[in-house]
Write a protein that binds this ligand. Structure first.
Ligand SMILES: Nc1ncnc2c1ncn2[C@@H]1O[C@H](COP(=O)(O)OP(=O)(O)OP(=O)(O)O)[C@@H](O)[C@H]1O
Ligand SMILES: [Mg+2]
Length: 246
């Protein structure tokens, strides 16, 4: 469980998302509080990635609003907001031609958030936190999948975001590497940062979440604490989903 406040960090108001003519999410209303740890689960193709992408405007809703700290996202403010709301993808998306250190300091230095010297100090600190200090001068291709994903996470953290979004951060990993990445996220959950994560790791979701969103039928079909979601599912769709994944 995390430490949370009552301040709303992320909000969707009547957000509808379509690809061309096809509606994928219909009239979504959602509030995520500062410090909350929220997992998104649901069948393949139900719109989980679309939902998390809508939160940071990688997908723009056809109607409705998305707000961060009370501010409606638009094309003008989104870059500033993304400094406070990081995102980690399934595929690690490190720059292959840059070393670990160069990958990490690129954004904070480029965006003038830190001097190069300060960014290097911070990068070293973060690498130590995920036990990868010895990889500081390695290139991504010299790292395992789990190591790349841990680098991708600390690369987001160097910007000191208030929220971090993850889309299936472990699904591209070999099984033996899943644990080390989930542990990094678990450690993060205790730091007060707001986390929203799409995952197929049900045990992890149960352990880490304050709240779980079950996405299906173009909507958030259930929104509850992990005990209710897993032990007392309300809809047939969630019961059916759980019977397949548990
Ligand atoms: N860029 C796109 N253009 C058109 N259709 C899309 C696009 N991205 C997703 N879709 C469709 O929208 C629906 C929701 O996709 P989404 O990727 O959000 O599902 P998901 O829940 O993340 O699935 P998975 O568990 O397989 O990752 C699917 O029917 C998908 O085919
Ligand atoms: Mg997805």
């Amino acid at each position: 469980m995390s430490t949370q406040s009552n301040e709303i960090m992320i909000e969707l108001k009547n957000a509808t998302v379509s690809y061309k003519d096809k509606c994928v999410l219909s009239n979504i209303n959602l509030q995520i509080k500062k410090g909350e740890i929220v997992c998104i689960i649901g069948p393949s193709g139900s719109g989980k990635s679309t939902l998390i992408r809508t939160i940071n405007r990688l997908v723009v809703p056809v109607s409705g609003e998305v707000l961060f700290m009370g501010q409606a996202l638009n094309d003008k403010n989104i870059n500033k907001i993304r400094e406070k709301m990081g995102m980690v993808f399934q595929q690690f998306e490190l720059f292959p031609h840059l070393t670990v250190l160069q990958n990490m300091i690129l954004a904070p230095v480029h965006l003038k958030k830190m001097t190069k010297e300060a960014a290097i100090v911070k990068a070293k600190e973060l690498l130590e936190r995920v036990n990868l200090s010895d990889k500081i001068n390695s290139y991504p291709e010299q790292l395992s999948g789990g190591q790349k994903q841990r680098i991708a996470i600390v690369r987001s953290l160097i910007m000191e975001p208030e929220a971090l979004l993850f889309d299936e951060p472990t699904s591209a990993l070999d099984p033996e590497m899943v644990k080390e990445v989930l542990q990094v996220i678990k450690d993060l959950a205790n730091t007060g940062i707001t986390i929203c994560i799409v995952t197929h790791e049900m045990k992890f979701a149960k352990e880490i979440s304050d709240r779980i969103l079950f996405v299906d039928e173009k909507t958030i079909l259930e929104d509850d604490n992990p005990n209710e979601i897993f032990d007392n599912p309300k809809t047939d769709r969630l019961k059916e989903f759980l019977s397949k994944v548990l």
